[in-house]
Design a protein around this ligand. Structure first.
Ligand SMILES: [Zn+2]
Length: 294
């Protein structure tokens, strides 16, 4: 822009307008600060709207796979994995958290027990929106730290209350893959964690057995068999069976060799001996080397 003629007067007038605008902002601070688009707790998230939302819908059209993870408390879940499967791969994904975390500690406030459970349940369902997963709970409570699953089941009134809740979710959600977050062993570090994995194994079988919790079958639910093996059936469910799932000519040769038979004892999946990725063989010490303490 060129100022020909009387530039000085022009700039004075501009300053006056700027000053008036500044005074106007001081006089009406509330209106000035109110953002034009404020998103509420039920508004869709940015990744679910516009071009990003359309991309999510198109990814979801490419698979019918359904995955369900089971845990004991809010924040036990593997949020990265859930987000990858749901938003990254379009898998319809559900998280079942047995308790609402009422028995946890609170380092940032004074809320404990039932109120803490409400707070943690709200935090969890807010996280679920970002993971892109559905959420279910069961009727059992988090009564605080538990040393072992026997004590946990004693306080939960036996296995059948959480088990029937889990079976009901499996029969209604109908997952292809059922995934326990924990192992059901002492390594889980908390009786509730162990119990959640033990219940998942029981629920896997019970959901497919019409004699278990027959009142649910009478209500119209169907028995449902989730996938058991960790090889070809999940590969098929997720549409990767052309490249993965079996050892065959022309398929990817990425393999994990374990000592034992995971179909006989699922803990054998942790007994890794060698890993083959992109045609290279890695030994366990080689893989763990960057993580060893010096
Ligand atoms: Zn936990």
């Amino acid at each position: 822009m060129h100022f020909q003629g009387r530039p000085q007067k022009h700039s004075i007038r501009t300053m006056g307008i700027v000053l008036l605008a500044a005074l106007g902002m001081l006089a009406t601070p509330i209106r000035a600060q109110a953002p034009a688009t404020q998103s509420g707790p039920v508004d869709p998230l940015p990744p679910d709207t516009g071009a990003a939302g359309l991309k999510q819908m198109l990814i979801r059209l490419q698979t019918t796979a359904r995955l369900m993870q089971t845990v004991a408390h809010p924040d036990d879940e593997d949020g990265g994995m859930l987000t990858l499967e749901s938003r990254g791969k379009g898998v319809t994904t559900l998280l079942m958290t047995l308790t609402r975390g009422e028995g946890g500690q609170n380092k940032v406030g004074s809320n404990l027990f039932d109120v803490l459970g409400v707070l943690r349940a709200l935090e969890l369902t807010a996280s679920d929106r970002y993971y892109g997963v559905e959420q279910r709970f069961s009727r059992v409570a988090d009564f605080g730290y538990s040393k072992n699953p026997d004590e946990t089941f004693q306080k939960w009134g036996g296995h059948d209350i959480p088990l029937s809740d889990m079976v009901r979710v499996i029969r209604t959600f109908r997952p292809d893959v059922l995934l326990a977050r924990f192992s059901g062993t002492d390594r889980d570090g908390h009786g509730h964690h162990q119990a959640s994995a033990l219940l998942t194994k029981e629920a896997f079988r019970a959901a497919a057995d019409p004699k278990r919790f027959p009142e649910q079958i009478k209500e119209g639910l169907q028995p449902w068999q989730a996938l058991q093996t960790a090889t070809i059936l999940p590969a098929r469910a997720f549409g990767y069976d052309k490249d993965l799932g079996t050892v065959d000519e022309g398929k990817l040769a990425d393999l994990i060799l374990v000592a034992g038979d995971p179909l006989h004892d699922v803990r054998d999946v942790a007994r890794v001996q060698q890993v083959i990725v992109d045609g290279r063989v890695y030994s366990v010490p080689e893989i763990l080397a960057p993580f060893q303490r010096r």
